[in-house]
Ligand binder design. Sequence first.
Ligand SMILES: [Ca+2]
Ligand SMILES: [Ca+2]
Ligand SMILES: [Ca+2]
Ligand SMILES: [Ca+2]
Length: 411
Amino acid sequence: MHRKSLTLATTVTLAFGVIFLAACSGGGANPPAQFQAHDIADFSGYSVAVADFNNDGRLDVIANSLGASEVAWYENPTWERHVIIEGVSSVVNQAMADINGDGIPEIAYQSGFAMVAANSMGFNTIAMSQGDPTMPWTTQQIDAFPTSHHVAWADLDGDGELELINALLIGEESVRPAYDQDQSSVFWYGQGDWKRGTVDDEIPGIIHRVRPVKWDPGSRDQLLVASFEGIALYRAIGMGDAMTFEKELISSGHDSEPAPRLGASDVGMGASGSGRIVASVEPWHGNEVVVYTEQDGTWQRRVLFSDIGSGHEIAVLDLNGDGYADIVANDQSRMTTRNPDGTPGVHVFFSPEDPATGEWIYRRIETESAMNGCVGGDMNEDGRPDLICTGGGGKIIWYENLGNEEAETDM
Ligand SMILES: [Ca+2]
Ligand SMILES: [Ca+2]
Ligand SMILES: [Ca+2]
Ligand SMILES: [Ca+2]
């Protein structure tokens, strides 16, 4: 039906055609967005995130690396690099939130990471600007727990004050290659005394991500956790130190192979039409991009793609402005003589109107630089969400969203 209408649109001016297209799209899925790559820095990042570090209204970029000895951010739009913390090692992840209300986000970051618990200090630190965010920041260590790996801010009890979430990678007995000998934990910390509380300390094997989500209506955030057991939703009950957590397993994820090819590596949620999708990359460091849709109270698993060379993270956001969340999966594989079929880069999947049964449109927007993770953010304030990625390809790249491809026509 769209296509027929568009033949009419092509007979009028381009500008009018665009308006006509928007008017007749009537809730349908849009064509894919197009991207233009801009290098931000030469840096082999493990993780990347965006936040407005200097409170000028523009999102800036932070990337960390297991190999770097400092924490730095990149100022939009010149991408000048500001080193704010020195003398750190093995930084894995970071999460930003303005805790003290001065307009500059505080940075929670995790360092001293290792895949062997006995070798991991697992520092959890909060860094605070001293006024000029381009100058060195002060730091406060709030915890040290081996294999602290993923960090997030979430208001679990809905009191308007964010809690800090820390997911360990593994328990102390878990070792390579299966990493399934012990259970792992998700912790939370309240502001002020930063006392460690427990969300769950009985998660099997590896936890790779914890993602705050607004799953239920109300002021509380909930948590999605990706681990060897798949994808689990956690809801807090009660307030402050009296909080307890209810767990609902959304899916066991990739459950057809032994550990460590098990469960999920990352999870995200996005609005899709009048409902929502959950998306993941599976199994841990896996090859599958999976979308989950709810049907009669259960979550249906659909593998969209199984050719990720080396997956790690997922980003779930609406890139082409149609109200249906799209999916971004990084790929850390390399093309080498030993691995000529490597598929480094970024894989993007644009949602159809029905994510459960419709045809997703695939675009590989990066084919050279191996990427370990991507996040969304409107870097140039044009209303279109861009992507920022980093990884072992040695780059931090801004993929500017140029707007949608032209719809196909019958002409
Ligand atoms: Ca800024
Ligand atoms: Ca602040
Ligand atoms: Ca709170
Ligand atoms: Ca979309």
